[in-house]
Design a protein around this ligand. Structure first.
Ligand SMILES: Nc1ncnc2c1ncn2[C@@H]1O[C@H](COP(=O)(O)OP(=O)(O)OP(=O)(O)O)[C@@H](O)[C@H]1O
Ligand SMILES: [Mg+2]
Length: 251
């Protein structure tokens, strides 16, 4: 992947400092996002046209295709959001901060990913503490970060298992937390330092950008992400967000 990055921009990535690499990456993301956007919107239009064509077909055919179209629209929408997100990452950080109920965010992510989890016989449990006060956050970006963490958890388990997402807060330290735990194999100690690096992946189909994006989003909020393995096995990712904007969590 480093090679691809270098070829794409005609530079030797290995000679660049970490900060320069990140800059390069954001430029590559911007280019990528721009180029994916056009075929994506054309795809969107053609799927709509196809749907209109099929509206004239036999009811049985319509019934069979309706749920497929729903999935296609959902996935297209997700891709568009990813592209939009890449563009926003590449540009000056544009957080749209509003008081956000973490409970709503985690419940929404639960609804989004439960079908995917179920396909892998994985139970997705959301434990939402009602007492957590609203935090200043960009709801769409926070959702994206959480989706990345839960998808990683599902992929780490593979088949049959459990993912827990819980929220909490500590008023004395001035932060709220979202914790994602899975009962997969956990993170090998020798890889723990690398997993947040852009392009680090152990998956054949992975881009290695998921956790890097999570970190970008959370640090833009003044928060941080930490990871550990649970004593009983499995990985734990903890996102901490300040309860007030501008106040980084401490303690
Ligand atoms: N819950 C987890 N359990 C075990 N290992 C994990 C977990 N989450 C992430 N990892 C490790 O961290 C690596 C980097 O994760 P990241 O989300 O950045 O990229 P990816 O999942 O490999 O690719 P992409 O997110 O683009 O699909 C993963 O390849 C995996 O090795
Ligand atoms: Mg990932």
């Amino acid at each position: 992947m480093d090679k691809l990055l270098a070829n794409a921009l005609g530079q030797d990535v290995n000679q660049l400092a970490a900060e320069e690499r990140r800059l390069l990456l954001s430029r590559l993301l911007a280019r990528f996002a721009h180029e994916v956007r056009n075929p994506l919107s054309s795809l969107d239009i053609h799927v709509q046209l196809l749907e209109e064509d099929l509206a004239q077909s036999a009811p049985a055919v319509q019934a069979r295709t309706a749920s497929r179209f729903e999935i296609i629209h959902g996935e297209l929408h997700r891709l568009e959001n990813i592209v939009k997100h890449f563009l926003s990452l590449a540009g000056p950080s544009a957080l749209d901060l509003h008081p956000v109920e973490l409970k709503q965010i985690v419940s929404h992510v639960g609804d989004l990913l439960r079908p995917e989890a179920a396909r892998h016989e994985i139970e997705l449990l959301i434990e939402a503490d009602d007492s957590v006060p609203p935090v200043p956050a960009d709801a769409a970006q926070l959702t994206q970060a959480l989706v990345n963490l839960v998808i990683n958890a599902i992929q780490a388990i593979g088949r049959q298992g459990r993912v827990n997402v819980s929220i909490g807060w500590e008023s004395a330290r001035g932060f709220s937390s979202i914790v994602v735990r899975d009962n997969g194999p956990g993170i090998p100690a020798e890889k723990a330092a690398a997993i947040f690096e852009p392009f680090f992946t152990t998956k054949t189909e992975g881009s290695g950008l998921g956790l890097w994006i999570v970190q970008q989003i959370i640090t833009a909020h003044g928060g941080f992400v930490t990871t550990a393995n649970a004593p009983e096995g499995g990985a734990v990712f903890m996102v901490q967000l300040p309860l007030r904007s501008g106040a980084a969590p401490h303690g």
